[in-house]
Design a protein around this ligand. Structure first.
Ligand code: IPD
Ligand code: CA
Length: 261
C-alpha cells in the first residue's frame, strides 16, 4: 500500500502549507463570479504533485487548479484545497483530497483536514480509516433519522446554474420535513468522509467535479456505504450528479431527487 502512504504524506504536507496561510495573509482571485482560488491552493497542488512525482515520475495528474498532465493509466486526482471558500473566510471546514485512479478504477484515497488533524484514508478492498481507526457508515434505516448533506457548485453559470440551484433547492424542500436536517458544510470531500464515518447519513450534489469526490467516494465505499449517480446508476468519480449514503436509505433519498443527465 505504498501508494496510500504517498497520498497520506502529500495530504499532510499540503496541510502544513495551508496552515501557514489560514487566517493570515494570502491572495484571493476569482475564477468565476463566486468561484475562489488562492495562492495557497496553487502552492498546495504543486507541492502534492512534487511529492507524488518523486515516487512515481511517470504517473499523470488531474488537479483542480492546473488541470490534466501526462498520459499514464495511473492518474492522481487532486483537490489541493477543497472548501476554498471556507478557507478564505477562516472557517475550519476545508481539506486536501488525493486519490489514485488506475485504468479508471479508484485504488486509494486520502482526505486531510489540517485544522482538526483528521486524516481519512482508504485502499481498495482494505476498509476505511480515520487517523488509523476503522470507520463505518451509519445504521440509520429511515430517512426520519437522517442528517443529510448537500452542496452547490461555484462554477456553474447562466441557465445551468439556475437549473442546478433549482434542483438542489427542490430536493431540500422535499426532504426537509422527512429528515432530521440538511447541512451545507462547503467541502464535498469532507462531506463524503462524514458519511463514511457515520456522523452524517447521506450526501448529494448536482454537478460536482472529479477532484471533489474521487478520494471521498472510495472512502464511503470502503466504509460500507453506497454511491450512485443521481438516477441511481453506478457512479464513477467522473459522475457529475452524485449521491452517497449508508446504503440503507439510498433508494428513499433518490426518490426525493430529480433525475438529471
Ligand atoms: C467545492 C466544495 C463545495 C461543493 C462545490 C465544490 P472547492 O469545492 O467541495 O462543498 O459544494 O461544488 O466546488 O471549490 O472549494 O474546491
Ligand atoms: Ca473542490
Amino acid at each position: 500500500m505504498k501508494e496510500l502512504e504517498v497520498a497520506e504524506r502529500a495530504a499532510v504536507e499540503a496541510g502544513k502549507i495551508a496552515m501557514k496561510y489560514f487566517r493570515g495573509d494570502f491572495e484571493v482571485k476569482l475564477k468565476g463570479r463566486n468561484d475562489l482560488v488562492t495562492n495557497a491552493d496553487v502552492e498546495c497542488e504543486r507541492h502534492i504533485k512534487k511529492i507524488i512525482s518523486s515516487e512515481y515520475p511517470l504517473h499523470s495528474f488531474l488537479g483542480e487548479e492546473e488541470g490534466s498532465q501526462g498520459t499514464s493509466k495511473d492518474v492522481w486526482v487532486i483537490d489541493p484545497i477543497d472548501g476554498t471558500t471556507n478557507f478564505v473566510h477562516g472557517v475550519e471546514q476545508f481539506c486536501h483530497s488525493i486519490a489514485l485512479v488506475r485504468d479508471n478504477e479508484l485504488v486509494c484515497g486520502a482526505v486531510y483536514n489540517p485544522v482538526m488533524n483528521l486524516l481519512y484514508t482508504a485502499y481498495r478492498g482494505k476498509g476505511a480509516f480515520l487517523n488509523g481507526r476503522r470507520i463505518k457508515v451509519s445504521r440509520a434505516e429511515s430517512l426520519g433519522e437522517c442528517l443529510i448533506i448537500t452542496g452547490f457548485p461555484y462554477d456553474a453559470v447562466g441557465a445551468e446554474e439556475s437549473d442546478v440551484h433549482a434542483k438542489t433547492l427542490a430536493a431540500i424542500a422535499s426532504l426537509r420535513g422527512s429528515i432530521h436536517d440538511v447541512r451545507r458544510f462547503g467541502s464535498a470531500a469532507l462531506d463524503l468522509c462524514r458519511v463514511a464515518h457515520g456522523i452524517c447519513d447521506a450526501y448529494f450534489e448536482y454537478r460536482i467535479k472529479p477532484w471533489d469526490i474521487a478520494a471521498g467516494m472510495l472512502i464511503v465505499k470502503e466504509a460500507g456505504g453506497k454511491v450512485t449517480d443521481i438516477n441511481g446508476n453506478e457512479a464513477s468519480f467522473m459522475s457529475p450528479h452524485f449521491v452517497a449514503s449508508n446504503g440503507l436509505v439510498h433508494e428513499r433519498l433518490l426518490s426525493h431527487l430529480e433525475a438529471s443527465k
